[in-house]
Design a protein around this ligand. Structure first.
Ligand code: NDP
Ligand code: 2IT
Length: 449
């Protein structure tokens, strides 16, 4: 563990005391506080008025019961969450995750990260996150719809285009956003388009939102590679996951001349040295909702499926973890370094463990933290809100252009901040400091809030 400034150490100890057992939240806070030593050395006033302590405490945490009826007529109960973390820069903004692993600590870590990520975009959005321990795997459309309706029946009272604007995350895509928007509209008797983002194009969604997180992550990595005079062209890549972020990361890598040779789901991974066939992955994951093993079954010779195991054993030039938190360990990082990895870009939120991050940084690997690299999704959500507010709809090209320039700006801000604080090339430090300063300045201006 890195040595922290004394005042920050005391704040960390208090965060640990108040949030016992919330490992992921504590991990996320520690990573940010470890970066802030250099800021408080220059600007000791940032430790005044419990500013940092306030930033580590969510503004509001909502936990609720979600009762629903399955196809057999059984009543099921899940737990719903919304953590409204920080609204200094705008309405709470951040996704909803439906996955059996969801608990308060995970939602808090995601909401904390989201606050700094959203600040980095430069757009007027605060940070929040939510979800449920509902497991959508194997559920029928009818079950998904009834769950979403019940979830929104309770959540709706806490939302609003000027209050809190959710979107998707793991287990929540276009289908779920549609069901939730439909229920919100019924309950409120208002067509409040900007209350949710990631909507379908026919009812107020933005072009390029579906692609935005993955495309944005690839733009960020392309900008990092450019600092070493290289690009995706001719590079072999490994992308974990095969959901929304992974699919569109692979698509942009391919457009930029790279080749993704492996992707995964929670059961295993496939290796296809010719380059992953994205049409097939989209059909399997977006339409048929199949396991990634079916990719190997349908492709036949030349494709390997490895059940379990670690996708990070596959040698590559660029690794982009795009599934879930702590999916890439110190051991995985050492293997990637041994195999000559050049750059790592986090499409997921906090997918690399702290030890893995250290291994990459010590080996001089270009490393882009999630809160910077995957900010393209939420940035395009903010563009969706803008289009809804002006009752306008932009072209794909126009929207992607904005996304590309936002990602370029985030990259350059992180790089310049790292340089300014004496750690050139350290994007973790750059992202944490630049995000923190924007939130801290806004909070100070608003008084003791
Ligand atoms: P999806 O639900 O579309 O896909 C998730 C993928 O990750 C699936 O392949 C899933 O496999 C795999 N996965 C999920 N949980 C686990 C787990 N516990 N262990 C192993 N594999 C797992 O989600 P997204 O693509 O939207 O999200 C992926 C990551 O990107 C998350 O960390 C999310 O927070 C982050 N993110 C998403 C954004 C967005 O706009 N959607 C924006 C920024 C970040 P399986 O199907 O087997 O569960
Ligand atoms: O982690 C994230 O940034 C998201 N899941 C997207 C949030 C959003 O509001 O678009």
């Amino acid at each position: 563990m890195t040595k922290m400034d004394e005042k920050l150490e005391a704040i960390m100890a208090e965060v640990m005391r108040r949030n016992t057992g919330e490992e992921e939240f504590i991990q996320a806070v520690r990573e940010v506080l470890e970066s802030l030593g250099r800021v408080v050395a220059k600007r000791p006033d940032y430790t005044d008025d419990a500013l940092i302590e306030r930033i580590c405490e969510p503004e509001r945490q909502i936990i609720f019961r979600v009762p629903w009826v399955d196809d057999r007529g059984h009543v099921c109960i899940n737990r719903g969450f919304r953590v409204q973390f920080n609204s200094a820069l705008g309405p709470y903004k951040g996704g909803l995750r439906f996955h059996p692993s969801v608990n308060l600590g995970i939602v808090k870590f995601l909401g904390f990260e989201q606050t700094f990520k959203n600040a980095l975009t430069g757009l007027p959005i605060g940070g929040g996150k939510g979800g449920s321990d509902f497991n959508p795997r194997g559920r029928s459309d009818g079950e998904i719809m009834r769950f979403c309706q019940s979830f929104m029946t309770e959540l709706s009272r806490h939302l609003g285009e000027y209050t809190d604007v959710p979107a998707g995350d793991i287990g929540v895509g276009g289908r779920e956003i549609g069901y939730m928007f439909g229920q919100y509209k019924r309950l409120m008797n208002r067509y409040e388009a900007a209350v949710l983002t990631g909507k379908g194009l026919v009812y107020g969604g933005s072009r390029a939102r579906k692609e935005a997180t993955g495309y944005g992550a690839a733009y960020f990595v392309e900008a990092m590679l450019a600092t070493r005079g290289t690009s995706f062209d001719g590079k072999s890549c490994v992308v974990s996951g095969s959901g929304n972020v992974a699919i569109y990361t692979m698509e942009k890598i391919r457009a930029n001349g790279g080749r993704t040779i492996a992707c995964s789901d929670s059961n295993g991974y496939v290796v296809d040295e010719r380059g992953i066939d994205l049409d097939l992955v989209k059909e399997l994951k977006e339409v048929r909702r199949e396991r990634i093993s079916v990719y190997a079954e349908e492709k036949g010779a030349g494709v390997r499926y490895i059940s379990g195991g670690s996708i990070w054993d596959v040698p590559c030039d660029v690794a982009m973890p795009s599934a879930t938190q702590n999916e890439l360990t110190g051991k995985d990082a050492r293997r990637l370094v041994e195999n000559g990895v050049l750059a790592v870009g986090e499409g997921a939120n906090m997918p690399s463990t702290p030890e893995a991050v250290r291994v990459f940084q010590e080996a001089g690997v270009l490393f882009a933290p999630g809160k910077a690299a995957n900010a393209g999704g939420v940035a395009t959500s903010a563009l969706e809100m803008q289009q809804n507010a002006s009752r306008d709809s932009w072209t794909f090209e126009q929207t992607e252009q904005r996304l590309a320039s936002i990602m370029r700006h985030i990259h350059d801000t992180c790089a310049a901040t790292a340089e300014e604080f004496g750690a050139p090339g350290n994007y973790v430090l750059g992202a944490n400091i630049a995000g923190f300063v924007r939130v801290a300045e806004a909070m100070r201006a608003l008084g003791v809030i």
